[in-house]
Design a binder for this molecule. Structure first.
Ligand code: APR
Ligand code: ZN
Length: 357
């Protein structure tokens, strides 16, 4: 079968048509991928921001149909449609028992699994998935069953970006009605955070991006004001009387914008870090300000979502017209065009490219 493989860092993915799969384990399923989104984190794996040893099949935002189930699988059957969760929800580890499935301890073992075969050798997939492939093997715990009438491209988006962004606004920040929000970065994740803020009932939603084109799109998804970074101070003064925003969300993943996000929150407000920076990058805070400003600084892993309940809720919001997922798909591509999709993402030309298999 076909798959897009990172053979080395900082190079184009290699499309191979002779990749095979290992055996389906007792608690595993084999999934035929319907669609996969191309997320910035895939690019971050290529450029080394997210540590991941090559060779590896990329892709972690996907949905598909169950083709085979292991003998110990109890919750899924052949033919079921599923969203693939890049963090599993095993339901028995301590984080899962605390209702923090986004921190599930099975995430590490899942990411280490090597279920693909390339030239006879086992290789892994990103986060244990590897949705840039026609089929993959994954644990039952990473599958969220959905109705068969949900289009798989829509379902795929929920696999990472939408859950991450909407979840950051609703679950992590816990945005309240009437509040003021600023979102830094208007890619797939930031646009989802904007939609989450709108759904949560925020009054002011300021979108910040370096690209005017992204800002135009942000308005469609619920931003009530937009600005490039150089106009931010003026916008903050106008919208909050200079106090800062009740909630500030960083959806880029760099130290300067993480710091700017903390600064954008008002004293007593909440700053949420959604973007993924490099392991060795540092962000500075003064020992005094952390106390004095009384801000809440939160990381947001996978939208702080319990995927088994949150993903179906997102689908309900989509079905009832409150969450616009169709407009997030900027380009539909074939697997062979995935390197072009990376370049389009770097150029800021897309919210999401979606690979249809
Ligand atoms: N200031 C404002 N906007 C910026 C800046 C900046 N300094 N740098 C980049 N941006 C904008 C880009 O123009 C783009 O619109 O941030 C957006 C990032 O969007 P994508 O590249 O599409 O990334 P996305 O998939 O949304 O992921 C964002 O979340 O999950 C993490 O790893 C992911 O760190 C990444 C982040
Ligand atoms: Zn992602």
């Amino acid at each position: 079968m076909k798959a897009a493989i990172m053979m080395e860092n900082n190079a184009d993915l290699v499309i191979r048509d002779d990749v095979t799969l290992g055996e389906v384990g007792p608690k595993d399923v084999r999934v035929k991928i319907g669609s996969s989104g191309v997320c910035h984190s895939d690019l971050s794996a290529v450029n080394g921001t997210i540590p991941m040893p090559p060779p590896s099949v990329l892709g972690h935002e996907g949905a598909g149909v169950i083709e085979e189930v292991g003998e110990g699988v109890t919750s899924l059957a052949v033919g079921d449609h599923v969203i693939l969760s890049f963090v599993p929800a095993c339901s028995h580890c301590n984080p899962c028992l605390r209702q923090q499935a986004y921190l599930c301890k099975e995430a590490g073992p899942q990411a280490m699994a090597q279920n693909f075969r390339l030239d006879g050798s086992p290789i892994g997939g990103m986060t244990g998935l590897g949705t840039f492939s026609e089929e993959l093997i994954i644990g039952e715990a990473a599958c969220v069953k959905i109705d068969a009438d949900v289009p798989l491209d829509i379902a795929a988006l929920i696999g990472c970006g939408v859950t991450t962004g909407v979840g950051a606004s609703i679950n992590t920040a816990q945005i309240t009605p009437g509040s003021s929000v600023v979102v830094f970065g208007c890619g797939g994740v930031g646009i989802s955070a904007i939609q989450g803020a709108r759904i949560a009932g925020a009054a002011e939603i300021l979108a910040v991006d370096t690209l005017e084109g992204k800002l135009e799109q942000a308005k469609h998804f619920g931003a009530t004001s937009v600005t490039t970074p150089d106009g931010f101070d003026e916008a903050k003064a106008k919208l909050t009387g200079g106090d800062g925003f009740d909630y500030a969300l960083e959806c880029i993943g760099n130290p300067a914008t993480i710091r700017a996000t903390y600064d954008a929150a008002r004293n007593g407000g909440t700053a949420v870090i959604v973007g993924v920076g490099r392991m060795e990058q540092m962000v500075q805070f003064s020992a005094f300000e952390l106390f004095y400003a009384n801000k809440t600084l939160k990381g947001s892993m996978y939208g702080s979502a319990n995927v088994r309940t949150f993903m179906p809720e997102l689908l309900s919001l989509w079905k009832t017209g409150k969450l616009d997922l169709e407009s997030m798909i900027s380009r539909r591509i074939k697997l062979e065009e995935v390197n072009d999709a990376f370049r389009a993402m770097e150029a800021g030309e897309v919210i999401r490219s979606v690979i249809d298999f």
